[in-house]
Design a protein around this ligand. Sequence first.
Ligand code: CAA
Length: 289
Amino acid sequence: MAIFCRSASFAVRQAASFVFTGARRYSTDAHFEFILANKRGVKENVGLIQLNRPKALNALCDGLMQEVNQALDGFEGDSQVGAIVITGSEKAFAAGADIKEMQNWAFPACYSANFLSHWNRVSSARKPVIAAVNGFALGGGCELAMMCDNIYAGEKAQFGQPEILLGTIPGAGGTQRLTRAVGKSLAMEMVLTGKRLSAQEAMQAGLVSGVFPVQQLVPEATRCAEKIASNSKIITAMAKEAINAAFELPLAEGNRLEKRLFHATFATEDRKEGMTAFVEKRKVSFQGK
Ligand code: CAA
């Protein structure tokens, strides 16, 4: 089922035309300008967002990021969707923030508008988000991928933070997330020199969790997303919350939070169903509550 819009403002107008049935969101047949968004998987339980600005190698202009946020809002509100995949083209996941858009910005405007603050929407998604990266994931493109919960790479993918070559530094979490993902030494080398990692190097460094032939990438990411979506949505959200806390909290507090969330699973019907199905040797049927 296709979702939405022709421009950011058009997107907002279209959003008003959604019809809600419970938590489930249906859409009009309008289209976005910079992305494609539709549902995938046998049960249509995977939301696919494809960055679609090929002439600019999916450079992340403001309108594109607003549309990504809009599509995420749509999928998060759609009770059928259990996981989301973000991808680009075979040549580029995204070649970074839009340099032409930023070229003439000055500090007061950047600061006043809190430039890039709305890029964080991906990292606050409650549903799992997989980045499927073919081609270039540079600057903001690499940062967008790292905001996702895991990264699958096509075998020709290239990851890098080349902002230093433009006289600036990563501004959408690159210095923080890359360092946590690959360690200080490699992160320093990448950010200070602009060095890129191949898909294989990214796999070795722990930045990605799988490398696939270029054309298999999106089907593989979709399969992984379908697998995630087949589990209990509420327990999945707890697992995601616990892992993300590992990036924010000291070990003792992280372990305490994990324990509380683990205990909380015992307040759900899905925990009871999961263990009962195992004991009764039957197929599990999760309801998301
Ligand atoms: N912003 C705007 N336009 C971009 C772009 C970007 N980040 N990356 C590529 N493009 C445009 C090019 O200007 C070109 O457009 P024209 O045809 O109108 O000239 C088109 O995309 C194709 O690009 P190339 O001709 O350069 O393609 P290539 O195959 O020779 O090179 C590339 C590909 C190595 C990715 C090269 O385009 C490149 O180095 N891009 C910039 C990468 C970069 O520096 N990213 C960081 C941006 S800053 C940032 O992201 C800050 C942050 O932290 C958020």
